[in-house]
Design a binder for this molecule. Structure first.
Ligand code: AMP
Length: 302
């Protein structure tokens, strides 16, 4: 595996792989690799001949300085794990290499990038989109793989790639979880043993909300209150929302369309996010005038 520190080195290597007729798969990351990252790398390897991974803790996307300073950095371990996952090129540039003096450009995805995480962490998605657009331009991959774990990031990047006609195919990879359901995250390393035990309340809350919707419960504020009560203060929710998975607008009345449940919660001083897709069951009593919808939806579901 080749380690590149500069844009010039990386571009030379990618050009050589292309000249040899290889397709390029790309996985952008902030390092501290876990099985979720490695699964994305393996998926990129199934789609393309050569896998490039970037390891860059992007300072501009952190809203709290302490979070940036405490973000885990373990490049030597990361390089070993990336090699074991079949990665050919690890691109680990300095902050100066990515943001030289005078850097002044920002990519903002309006709407999708302003709600939920964008609202709770102002400027977050502009920072993510700017660095991802820059990395896509540097690596020029055929395929870039992103995790469903960051569902809103994935939707925002899809929008950006489509709006800017970037010549890359975005592949989504399902969330990889620990045995007890906690979504793998680089931030899990910072949980104390007690906080790690409590953190499982987050995926459990999402699963309980999804189960309620799938059983046919229809009142979101009742469902959410019930979930908060049974979470019993184990984690401190910043938000728990039921959303349309394509627009990220809130869904209050559940029909038969899939609903994305997204949450952010604090456990000790660590902020975790997670999401789950719920598929409401069709109402036993069809709402007036919706008989044909019912059939067309069930056909789609098949
Ligand atoms: P990060 O290093 O946290 O910025 O994540 C890099 C990529 O890995 C992003 O596309 C994330 O969505 C993805 N990712 C992080 N955690 C997981 C996970 N548990 N399962 C699947 N993908 C993940």
């Amino acid at each position: 595996m080749l380690l590149c520190r500069t844009i010039a080195e990386l571009r030379r290597q990618v050009a050589a792989e292309r000249a040899a007729g290889c397709s390029i798969g790309f996985v952008p990351t902030m390092g501290a690799f876990h099985e979720g990252h490695l699964e994305l790398m393996r998926a990129a390897g199934r789609s393309c001949d050569v896998v490039v991974v970037s390891l860059f803790v992007n300072p501009t996307q952190f809203d709290r300085r302490a979070d940036l300073e405490r973000y885990p950095r373990i490049e030597t371990d990361d390089a070993r794990l990336a090699r074991s996952a079949g990665v050919e090129v690890l691109f680990a540039p300095s902050v100066q290499e990515i943001y030289p003096a005078g850097f002044a450009t920002s990519v903002h995805v309006a709407g999708l990038g302003d709600v939920l995480e964008g609202q709770h962490r102002p400027g977050h998605f502009a920072a993510v989109c700017t660095v991802v657009a820059k990395l896509l331009s540097i690596v020029s991959p055929d395929v870039a793989v992103f995790g469903q774990k960051d569902a809103q990031q994935l939707a925002v990047i899809h929008r950006m790639v489509s709006d800017l006609n970037l010549p890359v195919r975005i592949e989504a990879h399902p969330t990889v979880r620990e045995n007890d359901g906690l979504a793998m995250s680089s931030r899990n390393r910072r949980l104390s043993p007690d906080d790690r035990r409590r953190a499982v309340a987050l995926p459990r809350a999402l699963a309980a909300a999804a189960a309620a919707i799938e059983r046919g419960e229809r009142d979101w504020s009742d469902i959410r209150n019930g979930v908060f009560e049974s979470a019993g203060g184990e984690v401190d929710f910043e938000y728990l929302e039921a959303l349309d998975p394509s627009t990220f607008s809130p869904v209050d009345a559940f029909g038969s369309n899939a609903v994305l449940l997204a949450a952010a919660a604090h456990v000790g001083d660590v902020r975790l996010i997670d999401n789950l897709l719920a598929q409401p069951t069709l109402a036993t009593e069809p709402p007036a005038g919706s008989e044909s919808d019912r059939y067309s939806t069930s056909k789609e579901a098949i």
